[in-house]
Design a binder for this molecule. Structure first.
Ligand SMILES: [Zn+2]
Length: 842
């Protein structure tokens, strides 16, 4: 193993030397110029300028990567100054062309939404490239000396220096191996190839293309756009390229290490400050990295990091402008170890940090929500948490996990009159941990053995809308004779401000009821308790055992009415608590695998909430689904239908400059519809739906599948494919496609598709036979891709006006003939009368 690595490293050095030899036909090289500290190296990588001695004319040069082709037809090119003998960038001006070929329908449609082309083919006039491989050497044969080098460098330098920072952390992963090590350790790892191009397109303006083997999806392209002062990063496409496995196998650096345990000691100083000492146990799988990158809120400044008691070099980096990471308010911390970490090693890291990460929303409400991660993490990976908080005695603090001592207990020896200490330990590995702080009023309810607590403050946040005042006209009847005084004025009645504290008991009771229903449908509630704590604003989050619940969800029906919310808006507000409670199963216990699978936790949490509604009020259940149906058929101000934002599997990419609310609408609303379709078609095919009036029953195949998902994937991540495999196990014979036990057609057409078909019948005949009748005809699907398959429930309307279920027909493409037995008094065929399909209603 060592030999191979040495050889490949020498090859790398050889290429670099060769490059220097050719490139320095002019003045001498500065290859010994290698920064000796992490900070100096990082700053060098992040601000590199162009090299006046390496300016060339370029003709007919090309760069090829799988699915990506760049032409530099004619122009001038300058390389960046070398760093430790390596060239890592180039600036080009002239005539160039890019072709980027997404490998499948979903990605081509996404590309077309943003660029108008399914395959990107665009001229560019300038390019800034950043790379970690032999790209410079590949360009050399097409270069010849150029004049006016200094003018050209002057022109390009500003762009080079400003864009260099974008990849600084990524390149540091490679370059960290060149830093001196106390033990003189050899690098043990080859880092995946990177090519990042910032291009100025002729038609499309500035955009970026990545080919980075360190990403699970190595190729992507996109563009920053500002619409109405809001910055978006539109991801045009992102995919795994078509290439030989050896070359493409991405080395996902992030998955090489996982955190097994956290021990956090935090001091909370309202209104804003958090001071923390956090121990993190990290397990290394393959090893070889010298740099580990953690997410941590940018509002928290790291003072010190230690590994096994010795200080570790670290950098705190700005997140990339406009990325998802930045919108979450996250920051990055990169640790640079003195030597590469080794396979099987368990690192015991100790971070000390502090900052103004809390915000005060007024009236005894603090929150940590929007300002990013409050402890260093790698994203979603279940770990054990041991949390201890110190905070002023006037406040109540609720955290994830089981409270093992603290405020309210007899044995709070450590607490003083002014300060409380509370200690929380996770009952099982959890993917996120958090806390909430307020001057709360508390209520409790029980769901079997599960304690359900609700915490609300007496008031709402400053930004909460005020209920409109009502003007009451004075009575018009004649005044009582002889009564003196001023003439009567209209009376202004201002409703008293809402008070979540008044409604905490109702919230706790409803949540406890929901937990009972969810437990019978999905399997046992995963944690010992659930706390629902008020959070300012209209956002809510469901974390393991702890729900951050929007102030709106604490309003009584009367308070909602005073805010003049429409009936559906009120209904949706009331669903939030149920949605977040359902996340305890979907999202907290069972996690999603990649961004392409995240839709399922939102879609399923939303549908779970709707099921509670259906249980109590089937009419309202229909109302909400119909509202989603019409939302999904709406258009943006440019007339683009919302469904063209893409399929649920594009995850957060759905939020773009075209559809700022795309992710919510598609993953929550189409997602809920997809689960409704699955449930209905499984149930119809079992012939069970007729008897139960559609109310949810734990015996349904849909719930049988979900209980299996809970059992098999508790504490694990599940992909859309794996989820559908569980549903396939419950797939009744009538839903087999081409005699196969598969839901591939549902995944392809509905989950990975955007269709909302219009369903019609043609040539329907009902023929009387000896016993009963036979109904035949053609099901027509309109406005759909030609290969869309839909399971359509077919009913007969009898002369006595009852609807009789005849069977499911898998409508395949535009037209599908069917033939089903029917009762002899059938007089009409009706498709999907219960409207269980996300179709366009006539
Ligand atoms: Zn959610």
């Amino acid at each position: 193993m060592t030999k191979v690595l040495l050889r490949s490293r020498m090859k790398g050095l050889l290429a670099a030397c060769l490059l220097s030899a050719v490139a320095h036909a002019q003045p001498s090289a500065t290859t010994s110029n290698c920064p000796q500290t992490t900070a100096a190296l990082y700053s060098r990588i992040g601000s590199v300028g162009l090299d006046e001695r390496r300016v060339y004319r370029v003709r007919e040069a090309t760069l090829d990567r799988p699915n990506l082709h760049l032409d530099f037809d004619e122009g001038r090119l300058a390389f960046t100054e070398d760093i430790c003998g390596r060239i890592t960038g180039a600036y080009f001006e002239g005539a160039g062309e890019i072709r980027l070929r997404p490998p499948n329908r979903v990605e081509r449609e996404s590309m077309a939404l943003f660029t108008g082309m399914a395959i990107l083919d665009e001229q560019f006039s300038s390019a800034f490239l950043r790379f970690n491989d032999d790209t410079a050497a590949l360009l050399l044969p097409f270069l010849s000396p150029a004049e006016d080098a200094s003018d050209f460098v002057k022109q390009g330098n500003e762009m080079s220096r400003s864009l260099a920072g974008t990849d600084a952390l990524r390149l540091l992963l490679d370059f960290s191996h060149l830093l001196p090590t106390p033990e003189g350790t050899e690098p043990t790892r080859q880092f995946p190839r990177l090519l990042h191009a910032h291009l100025q397109g002729g038609k499309l303006g500035a955009f970026e293309v990545f080919w980075d083997g360190a990403n699970p999806e190595p190729v992507w392209a996109g563009q920053l756009r500002t619409i109405d002062d809001v910055l978006f990063f539109d991801t045009w496409t992102s995919f795994v390229p078509n290439t030989a496995a050896s070359e493409a196998t991405p080395v996902a650096i992030a998955n090489d290490v996982s955190i097994t345990a956290f021990r956090i000691r935090a001091s909370v100083q309202p209104p804003r400050r958090l001071q923390t000492s956090t121990e993190v146990n990290v397990r290394v799988l393959n090893g070889g990295e010298r740099v580990l990158v953690f997410e941590l809120s940018r509002y928290l400044k790291v003072d010190q990091v230690e590994a096994g008691g010795r200080p570790v070099d670290f950098l705190q980096n700005q997140a990339i402008e406009g990325t998802q990471l930045q919108r979450k308010g996250d920051d990055l911390v990169a640790l640079v170890f003195p030597a590469p970490v080794a396979a099987g090693q368990v690192l015991k890291l100790h971070f000390t940090y502090a900052g103004d990460v809390l915000s005060e929303a007024g009236r005894g409400l603090l929150y940590v929500g929007e300002r990013g991660t409050w402890y260093p993490s790698f994203g979603l990976s279940p770990a054990l948490f041991d949390l201890e908080f110190r905070y002023p005695a006037a406040w109540t603090l609720i955290a994830t996990g089981k409270k093992i001592s603290g405020a309210g207990d007899e044995d709070t020896a450590e607490a003083t009159a002014d300060e409380r200490v509370s200690h929380w330990v996770s009952e099982r590995p959890i993917a996120v941990a958090g806390f909430n702080l307020g001057r709360y009023v508390r209520a409790e309810a029980k769901a079997g053995r599960v304690a359900v607590e609700a915490y609300g403050t007496k008031g709402v946040e400053r930004s909460f809308p005020r209920a409109p005042a009502e003007i009451i006209e004075p009575p018009t009847f004649p005044r009582t004779p002889g009564l003196r005084g001023a003439p009567q004025q209209p009376m202004v009645v201002r409703p008293s401000p809402p008070s979540p504290a008044r409604n905490v008991q109702a919230v706790a009771d409803r949540a406890a009821k929901a937990i009972e229903s969810f437990s019978t449908w999905f399997g046992p509630y995963p944690y010992g308790s659930l706390a629902l704590t008020q959070m300012p604003g209209d956002l809510s989050q469901g974390w393991p055992g702890l729900v951050f619940l929007s102030s709106y969800a604490f309003l009584s029906p009367q308070e909602q009415a005073e805010l003049k919310l429409g009936p559906v808006a009120r209904l949706l507000d009331s669903l939030v608590m149920l949605h977040e409670t359902a996340h305890q199963w979907w999202g907290d216990l069972v996690l999603w695998k990649s961004y392409r699978d995240q839709w399922f936790v939102e879609g399923l949490a939303n549908y779970s909430a709707l099921l509670v509604l259906e249980q109590n009020n089937p009419m309202q259940f229909r109302q909400v689904l119909e509202r989603y149906r019409s939302d999904l058929q709406s258009e943006n101000k440019d007339g683009e239908p919302l469904r063209t934002a893409g399929p649920v599997t594009l995850g957060q990419r759905l939020t773009s400059s075209h559809f700022p609310g795309g992710y919510d609408a598609i993953s929550y609303e189409r997602g809920a519809w997809l689960f409704h379709m699955l449930r209905s078609m499984l149930q119809d095919s079992e012939g069970a739906s007729q008897s139960r009036n559609g109310k949810p029953s734990p015996e349904e195949p849909f719930f049988r599948a979900l209980r299996k998902v809970r059992e098999r994937y508790a504490g694990k991540r599940i992909s859309t494919q794996e989820l559908m495999q569980v549903f396939e196990e419950e797939l009744p014979r009538p839903l087999w496609y081409e005699n196969r036990h598969t839901l591939d057609w549902f995944v392809e057409g509905w989950i990975n598709g955007t269709a909302i078909p219009r369903l019609e019948t043609r040539d329907v005949r009902i023929t009387q036979k000896e016993r009963g009748a036979v109904a035949s005809g053609v099901i027509v699907q309109k406005d759909v891709p030609e290969d869309l398959v839909t399971a359509v429930p077919v009913y007969a309307l009898t002369r006595s006006n009852s609807l009789i279920y005849l069977g499911q027909v898998l409508a395949d493409g535009a037209e599908t003939a069917f033939r089903l037995t029917a009762p002899s008094d059938a007089q009409k065929i009706v498709l999907d009368p219960k409207q269980t399909i996300l179709s366009t209603l006539k």
